[in-house]
Every structure is written in structure tokens, then in C-alpha cells.
Design a protein around this ligand. Structure first.
Ligand SMILES: CC(C)(COP(=O)(O)OP(=O)(O)OC[C@H]1O[C@@H](n2cnc3c(N)ncnc32)[C@H](O)[C@@H]1OP(=O)(O)O)[C@@H](O)C(=O)NCCC(=O)NCCS
Length: 171
């Protein structure tokens, strides 16, 4: 039985472990720790998958902005996401994304962006961000930077560069 829910302080160690083991390095676990210190961090959008009292997956959505000339628009970035090796390809990731997007909607967020695998995220509704002229600050092929409207039409008149906090330089 897998439970998907928002993180609690007692999960921090388990979350770090899932990040370390799935990415096979320390950077993402450290990134999550640093993100928690940011004022824009929303603990309800740091989501875990738990099985047999063990954290087996983690996903984080962080509010960021799209900068359009002198205006900014809020959105969410999905990053990082990790599932323990051994629990991968069993839809744990999928369940966490669906839960997270629903939670984001409930909290009033209107869109999300992700830098990730172009064959994975479109099944949740993500499309190339270039469709809206929304750009990643990180050099990446066009198809790997994607965006999703949580409310239909919310990105209609929005374009610009997504601004990530400097902690993302850790990865
Ligand atoms: C990326 C990652 C989080 C995905 O988690 P996951 O739980 O394996 O994700 P899912 O099970 O939802 O889907 C993964 C694949 O397994 C497939 N899958 C899902 N359930 C399956 C099942 N029962 N049997 C076989 N395949 C299955 C999915 O179709 C998907 O395939 P696709 O990529 O070809 O579409 C995980 O692989 C991971 O931690 N990787 C290392 C860290 C990383 O790279 N993170 C992403 C960058 S931030």
C-alpha cells in the first residue's frame, strides 16, 4: 500500500535518502534542504510516497516566476523528483505527479513548468513551453522544457523567462 501525502519534518531524512539513492549523488538532497529555507517554499507541495513506513518517493513543486519585461507571473516548477531504485517503473512517480498537480490546483496555482524527459511529462498534460514562448534559463533542447496550464487559458498572454532561485545552481 502506497500513501501519497505532503511532507512532515520527520520525513526530512527519508527524503534526503531517496534523493541520494535515486540520483546517486548528494546534490538533489542538498537542493531540497536549501529550498526548504526559501520564503517561497510551500511544504504542502513537497510530496512523499510512503510504503511500510519508509519514504520511497519524493517530488517538489516550488513557486517561481515568469518574467515578462517589467511584469512577473507566478508559476510552479516541478523539481526535483525521485523514486527509490527498486520502486521505479511502478507508477509511484505518476501518482506523486497527479497528487501534486491536484494539490497545486487546490492551492490556487494556475500553471507549472518542468525541465525533464519529453516522453514522460506529456502524459500529465505538459507541452513544450515554447508554445507560449516561455523559456528556461538553463540551456536545454526545446522539447525538454515544458509547461502545463492548471487552469485552462492561464498562460494565454504569458511569455518570458522562468527565474529560478540561485539554490538551483547546486544541481
Ligand atoms: C524519474 C523517476 C522519478 C520516475 O519515477 P517512477 O516511479 O519510475 O515513474 P513511473 O513509474 O510513473 O513511470 C516511469 C516509467 O515506468 C513505466 N511504468 C509505470 N508503471 C509500470 C509498470 N507497472 N510496469 C512497467 N513499466 C511501468 C511508465 O510508463 C514510465 O515509462 P516511460 O518513461 O517510458 O513513460 C525515477 O525513475 C527516478 O527517481 N529517477 C532518478 C532520478 C531522476 O532522474 N529524476 C528526474 C529528474 S528531476
Amino acid at each position: 500500500m502506497i500513501t501519497i501525502r505532503s511532507e512532515k519534518p520527520e520525513d526530512y531524512q527519508g527524503i534526503e535518502r531517496v534523493n541520494d539513492l535515486s540520483f546517486k549523488r548528494k546534490a538533489e538532497g542538498k537542493l531540497v534542504e536549501e529550498i526548504r529555507k526559501l520564503p517561497e517554499f510551500v511544504s504542502g507541495l513537497s510530496i512523499v510516497a510512503e510504503q511500510d513506513e519508509q519514504i520511497v518517493g519524493h517530488i517538489l513543486f516550488l513557486p517561481v516566476v515568469i518574467k515578462q519585461k517589467d511584469k512577473t507571473h507566478s508559476t510552479l516548477t516541478l523539481a526535483p523528483m525521485s523514486v527509490l531504485p527498486g520502486y521505479q517503473k511502478k507508477s509511484v512517480g505518476k501518482l506523486m505527479i497527479i497528487y501534486g498537480l491536484q494539490k497545486a490546483k487546490e492551492l490556487g496555482y494556475k500553471s507549472a513548468v518542468v525541465l525533464g524527459h519529453p516522453s514522460y511529462y506529456p502524459k500529465f498534460g505538459f507541452e513544450k513551453a515554447s508554445k507560449w514562448k516561455i523559456k528556461s534559463p538553463f540551456p536545454a533542447p526545446d522539447e525538454v522544457f515544458m509547461a502545463l496550464e492548471l487552469e485552462k487559458g492561464s498562460l494565454d498572454s504569458i511569455q518570458g523567462n522562468v527565474i529560478y532561485p540561485p539554490v538551483f545552481d547546486l544541481v
